[in-house]
Design a protein around this ligand. Structure first.
Ligand SMILES: [Zn+2]
Length: 179
């Protein structure tokens, strides 16, 4: 089961098989869409139940989703930068925020001319879930970018959040780098 935030822009066909729950079958697997309030409640619960483990858990959930999306995208587009550019609109459509990925920066990273890439996320979904705080909080998005780029590059990359709307920045910025 994959949890995705339901957004009004999401055009995928969903059916109600359980009253009140939107479900769809993709690649033979059942996908359950949850609205942003439900997602928010789930996130808050995870963070409040175990504050020390929550960042790692959210990072790992994001990493798996990012790797899966990238593997799917890689089949359609031959180059990593094109695949990554193709993922931006999909992530926005799902409701995670507006991912700004520079094609040339991505290409330089793929070719090894740079060891770092930064991704700007406007209207990050985690700002809307309103977790609050003074430090970067988008562990899920950090995992998402780490998983996607690691899969596209075929190497283990690390990632962290430099700027975050939850601590007052205008947008979130995730940096992905080679070890
Ligand atoms: Zn953030």
């Amino acid at each position: 089961m994959v949890l995705l935030p339901r957004s009004s822009e999401n055009p995928r066909p969903f059916t109600h098989t359980v009253p009140g729950v939107l479900t769809s079958v993709r690649d033979g697997r059942r996908v359950v869409a949850v609205d942003i309030e439900t997602w928010s409640a789930v996130c808050k619960r995870i963070y409040s139940c175990d504050p020390s483990s929550a960042p790692v858990m959210m990072d790992e959930i994001g990493r798996q989703l990012g790797a899966e999306m990238a593997a799917r995208q890689k089949k359609q587009t031959p180059f990593a930068e094109d695949a990554m550019a193709g993922m931006g609109p999909s992530l926005s459509e799902m409701g995670w925020g507006e991912f700004v990925i520079d094609h040339d920066v991505m290409k330089a990273f793929r070719l090894g001319r740079s060891d770092m890439i930064s991704i700007k996320i406007k209207m990050c979904a985690f700002y809307r879930v309103n977790l609050g705080g003074q430090s970067p909080l988008c562990h899920f998005v950090v995992g998402l970018m780490k998983g996607a780029l690691s899969e596209l590059q075929g190497e283990r990359l690390r990632a962290w959040e430099e700027l975050c709307t939850s601590k007052g920045d205008d947008f979130c910025e995730v940096v992905v780098a080679r070890r």
